[in-house]
Design a protein around this ligand. Structure first.
Ligand SMILES: Cc1cc2nc3c(=O)[nH]c(=O)nc-3n(C[C@H](O)[C@H](O)[C@H](O)COP(=O)(O)OP(=O)(O)OC[C@H]3O[C@@H](n4cnc5c(N)ncnc54)[C@H](O)[C@@H]3O)c2cc1C
Length: 441
């Protein structure tokens, strides 16, 4: 049983232990003598979206983008060290396949890292955070802790449309709870809403076993087609520290336009998943005479009424002058992604925290901008997409962001965050407004 010290004043207290704060904890570990840190998570143990841990699901980033490697490849917490310590490094190399690592293996790696640290506490809900006597007073499971600085790593919240909220749990499930909800899909009429990677993985799973097929599956997407993830070396350049810094210094309006334009570098479906779905459907249709999947691109899910035995789902077609259509379905899976959230436990600090359009203002070192003087800082993971770009919720910049936070916290450059060159010249041009030509600097 791990113990905590309620009378200490911690240098850093972490809220949430997902990949983001786990990366911070791993990179801070060599400095545990200098920095007294503690992290809390409300889950019973570490896990990474168990409701979406399909046996074949793969990570969508390079294995080098683990908890630490991009800033410290010599750390004991690298994915390669996990492979070595678990006796599979040679076999992993023999596979000769470094892309498409199973998500389940990355979860094993995360859990292995968790087991090597002493300052991570689960079954611990951070309820409220106040600021008293130049310190954060943090209530965790009704016990009070003091901390000079905070690292918020509490993630995003499931996007559930308002008209769906009352139905969640009774025949309607968000994709993040898909496998853990234990709903029996076989022989049922299913509607899957969302044409991104999660929706596609749910579709593949539903079609996997011929003996347990649903009666019918309707796949709804507001996009004009089932679109692929932009995954080229050039789109990966958007997931580098260089681009994050470049984006940070753009005007707000330019940021908003770019986020929309760059959406499919994270929100599309991997080409492999799309091909697997197409092939599976082709085989059912022409080799087994089974025709159960209908695709509805360019379609919005606009309402759902519960009838005695099923849902009457209303969908609105984008083209065809917004024609409305109704479908009777037994189960609805919302693969509708995740939303930005202001964290409830920070509400007592509302008078200190600066926001714009309902989102935290975030400084260059990933601390939340405050409106009144505070001695310590509130660093934030996965809460700066609006100021840092599409990579913010992704695994790509975890280690770099943690390193920047640790440097700021320790007021010294313990990690080199000015890493690597970029092939594209993001920062060589100053974009001039009002018709001036770009000027090289
Ligand atoms: C199914 C899925 C697959 C993904 N795959 C990839 C991928 O392959 N590559 C990639 O780059 N990105 C991927 N992402 C995106 C991104 O990597 C994940 O969203 C990642 O989990 C973000 O990590 P996080 O630590 O910021 O947040 P989270 O993983 O959401 O962790 C937040 C943690 O904080 C806890 N928490 C929240 N509030 C409190 C509180 N008050 N007190 C205590 N604990 C609290 C939560 O229980 C949770 O454990 C994926 C996302 C999903 C949903």
């Amino acid at each position: 049983m791990l113990t905590t010290n309620e009378s200490s004043v911690y240098d850093l207290l972490g809220v949430g232990i997902g990949p983001s704060n786990l990366s911070t904890a791993a990179l801070i570990a060599p400095y545990n003598q200098q920095v007294n840190s503690i992290f809390f998570d409300d889950k019973s143990e570490f896990n990474w979206y168990p409701g979406m841990l399909f046996p074949d699901a793969t990570i969508q980033v390079s294995i080098l983008k683990d908890l630490v490697t991009m800033v410290d490849p010599t750390s004991q917490f690298t994915f390669l060290n996990f492979l070595k310590e678990t006796g599979r490094l040679y076999m992993f190399a023999s596979k000769g396949q470094f892309d498409g690592l199973k998500r389940r293996e990355f979860v094993q790696y995360f859990k292995w890292a968790v087991a090597r640290m002493q300052n991570l506490h689960f079954m611990s809900t951070v309820q409220r955070i106040e600021y008293k006597d130049d310190c954060f007073e943090v209530t965790v499971n009704d016990v009070s802790y003091k901390a000079k600085n905070l690292a918020m790593g509490a993630g995003l919240s499931a996007n559930v449309p308002g008209f769906c909220r009352k139905h969640i749990g009774s025949g309607m499930v968000h994709s993040s709870q898909f496998l853990t909800s234990n709903v029996d899909f076989s022989g049922k009429r299913i509607m899957v809403v969302g044409g991104g990677q999660s929706g596609a993985e749910v579709i593949l799973f539903l079609l996997k076993e011929e003996e347990r097929l649903p009666l019918s599956v309707q796949w709804i997407s507001s996009n004009y087609n089932f679109l692929p993830l932009e995954n080229t070396p050039f789109s990966n350049e958007l997931y580098t520290p260089k681009y994050s810094d470049y984006f940070y210094n753009l005007h707000k309006e330019d940021k908003e336009k770019l986020l929309e334009r760059q959406k499919f570098t994270s929100d599309g479906v991997s080409e492999k998943t799309l091909s697997d779905i197409y092939e599976t459907i082709y085989n059912y249709k022409f080799l087994r005479d089974i025709d159960i999947l209908d695709f509805y691109p360019g379609t919005y899910f606009t309402n759902a009424e519960r009838t005695e035995n099923c849902f009457c789902a209303e969908v609105t077609l984008k083209e065809k002058s917004s024609a409305v259509q109704y479908m009777d379905v037994d189960i609805i899976v919302l693969a509708t992604g995740f939303n930005y959230q202001q964290h409830k436990c920070l509400e007592p600090l509302d008078g200190y925290i600066s926001t714009t359009d309902g989102k935290y203002d975030v400084a260059e070192d990933f601390s939340i901008v405050t409106t009144k003087d505070m001695k310590g800082k509130i660093y934030i993971h996965n809460g700066a997409r609006h100021v840092r770009g599409v990579a913010d919720p992704n695994l790509s910049l975890l280690a770099w962001r943690s390193a920047k936070i640790i440097n700021a916290l320790m007021e010294q450059k313990v990690y080199n965050t000015e890493i690597d060159k970029s092939l594209l010249s993001w920062d060589k041009l100053t974009i001039m407004k009002n018709g001036f030509r770009a000027r090289a600097i």
